[in-house]
Write a protein that binds this ligand. Structure first.
Ligand code: ASP
Length: 336
């Protein structure tokens, strides 16, 4: 063997021996920027998870959902492409979905047992670990903006009910009479299927060009809810979480389970402490822990490299993603 070849072979042998002895190190290296170029930006949205099967959801309605998701995605993608911040995108995209009566958030929210619309929303900035939320509000047109105002302009994280409304008014946000949220579709739904599941929450997670992550979620909660019930969506760590060191997550599903299993934070913690990749962490929580517990739903997530996840244990989830590299997808059922 020529001396040059011999040296190369020796070096390769040493490298293999080193990574066998230090598997963690080898694993870490794989997750690093050198081997996997970071996406300049990435965006994922959801419009709720549930019993979404082709034989259940009318195809014309499925088309409307797809169009609405695409619309929200386009607006968000453009802001990120132009250098906008992850937090701005999350708020803007969720506002669009709140104004769309197709979704169970803002206008189009489901009714409570008492025939009211009580809305929950939260937002988190992964670059500062700041967060804001409103719960059980009845007259704020865009709860996600109120959540952001709580994050930016108050010393608190979560405001509820009348106090949240007073704060939103003081912040100059648009207020509406509670009747604004009434849609015949949701009202009839309540009358007809008081006991049936009803998902349609919205959420958005984003990685911006500065490398910052943000997450937000907004909902009318579970149809037929009683006693001022509050779900996971406004609970930081349950329905929403963002940390620049790990990921941004927004959840949808049976909120009681997502609160008890601290789903959004659990995914982040698995990445932080066990160094699991985002997809593996999401699958462990959603497809294993939640399934065993009986908690139905799903999550969307993005990590600091721009890897995304859209993981759900229900038949379907309204979902869409876009990345700087031009990859894009809009889905409703179990299709990949
Ligand atoms: N997670 C929401 C709640 O429990 C509902 C949903 O996502 O559909 O309030």
């Amino acid at each position: 063997m020529k001396p040059k070849l011999f040296i190369i072979a020796l070096l390769l042998l040493l490298l293999v021996a080193y990574s066998c002895k230090h598997p963690d190190k080898a694993n870490q290296v794989q997750q690093q920027d050198t081997l996997q170029p970071r996406q300049a930006w990435a965006l994922v949205v959801h419009g709720g998870a549930g019993n979404l099967r082709e034989d259940v959801l009318d195809s014309a309605l499925a088309k409307q959902y797809r169009q609405s998701l695409t619309e929200a995605l386009r607006v968000g993608g453009k802001i990120l492409q132009d250098g906008g911040t992850a937090v701005d995108v999350v708020e803007t995209v969720i506002r669009i979905m709140e104004d769309n009566p197709l979704f169970n958030a803002g206008k189009g929210a489901v009714f409570s047992h008492d025939g009211k619309n009580e809305l929950d929303a939260s937002i988190m900035d992964g670059s500062t670990m700041q967060a804001g939320a409103v719960a059980g509000v009845t007259d704020i047109k865009n709860p996600i903006s109120a959540a952001r105002a709580v994050m930016m302009n108050s010393p608190h994280v979560m405001l509820s009910g009348a106090g949240a409304s007073q704060f939103a008014r003081e912040q100059g946000l648009e207020m509406v009479p509670p009747g604004y949220f009434h849609t015949d579709r949701r009202w009839n739904e309540l009358q007809e299927l008081l006991k049936k599941e009803n998902h349609g929450t919205v959420g958005c997670v984003a990685l911006d060009k500065q490398g910052n992550l943000a997450a937000g979620t907004s909902t009318g909660g579970m149809a037929n809810k009683k006693y001022n019930r509050i779900g996971d969506s406004p609970v930081i760590g349950a329905g929403t979480y963002a940390n620049n060191a790990t990921c941004a997550i927004s959840c949808t599903g049976h909120g009681e389970y997502f609160i008890r299993y601290a789903v959004a934070h659990d995914i982040s913690a698995l990445m932080e402490y066990k160094e699991l990749p985002l997809q593996e962490a999401a699958e462990l929580v959603v497809m294993d822990k939640l399934v065993k517990a009986g908690g139905e739903g799903g999550v969307i997530g993005v990590d600091r490299m721009g890897n995304i996840t859209m993981t759900f244990n229900t038949p379907g989830m309204f979902r869409a993603f876009a990345t700087a590299a031009g990859r894009e997808g809009v889905f409703v059922f179990s299709e990949k």
